[in-house]
Design a protein around this ligand. Sequence first.
Ligand SMILES: NC(=O)c1ccc[n+]([C@@H]2O[C@H](COP(=O)([O-])OP(=O)(O)OC[C@H]3O[C@@H](n4cnc5c(N)ncnc54)[C@H](O)[C@@H]3O)[C@@H](O)[C@H]2O)c1
Length: 314
Amino acid sequence: MDKGKVFITGGAGFIGLHVVEQLLERGWSVRIFDNMIRGDRDRANALASGGEVEVIDQDVRAGAAVSAAMKGCDRVIHLAADSINKSQADPFSSVDVNVVGSHNVFASAAELGVQRVVYASSASVYGDPEKLPMHEDDPLSPITPYCIGKRTGEDLLRYYERRSGLSWIALRFFNVYGPGQKTTAYYTSVINHFVNRLRNGEPPVIDGRGEQSMDFIHVKDIARAVVLATESEASNAAINVGTGIDTSVAELARILIDAVGADVEPQFNPRDVLVSRRAADIVRAREMLGFEYSIPVREGMTDLIQYEIAAAAR
Ligand SMILES: NC(=O)c1ccc[n+]([C@@H]2O[C@H](COP(=O)([O-])OP(=O)(O)OC[C@H]3O[C@@H](n4cnc5c(N)ncnc54)[C@H](O)[C@@H]3O)[C@@H](O)[C@H]2O)c1
């Protein structure tokens, strides 16, 4: 069953490798385009040796390379990006990769007439939400160069839709976690911080009362949403991908203590913290993509801890 070929930038990264696995299961062949700055080269090469995956070690900032490599592909998934923390340290690089690089991908896709572009946008385009759940039509107020770049990416997709009839979906990922994530990942650094303390027999320390919250979504669910968006009849919209549930930092600490099986209580560090909360409105994802999350946060976090314990023992 050969459905056609998907061109995936950032396909050797954390989310990308999960997407590639699900694309292969569904009968797509895959061309990964990744400069390997944070990609897993060994995993990508292992996939390539299986024959269904090609790996092109190139940079999205090189427009001619993007266009040449995209030839012969039916659909495009664009995940390559500079991370949110790098965007504060190096805004020039962030704009180059996330704005110029994204434009190279979208312009090539429009020029080559690919059937669909799926773009990894981010919940951070909303800025600090005024209300929960966060709906796709809420005002956008991106704060960092990363968030500004993600919003610009969505605007560029609308431009190529108007100009060339490009068919696109921008997925606004909420807080993605799961096996394979780098320990420096910004949104989920709180998970690593708590787990490292628990491993050393120390209780997690929570700033304030731990009321700040995130909408944690497992990477396998994110990958499924990406594949659905690649294949769906519906298009030309930004769509949230989250669970719709805001998990507070205090709840997260409790889940991780239980998962590790530690006999400790969280410690609270009384100080004023800005309480930000996040939860996705998930109606559009259900209506347009037929997507609903399948892995509850307690189950997904417990699996992640088991995976990490097993990996540490290897
Ligand atoms: N992880 C999250 O919580 C989250 C949340 C919202 C949005 N996103 C977005 O999802 C996408 C994937 O994120 P991830 O967590 O898998 O990140 P990641 O860093 O693991 O993967 C990004 C991949 O892109 C590659 N890459 C980076 N710069 C490149 C360039 N200039 N040219 C070619 N390849 C390049 C890297 O080598 C890496 O393999 C990104 O666009 C990210 O902004 C992630």
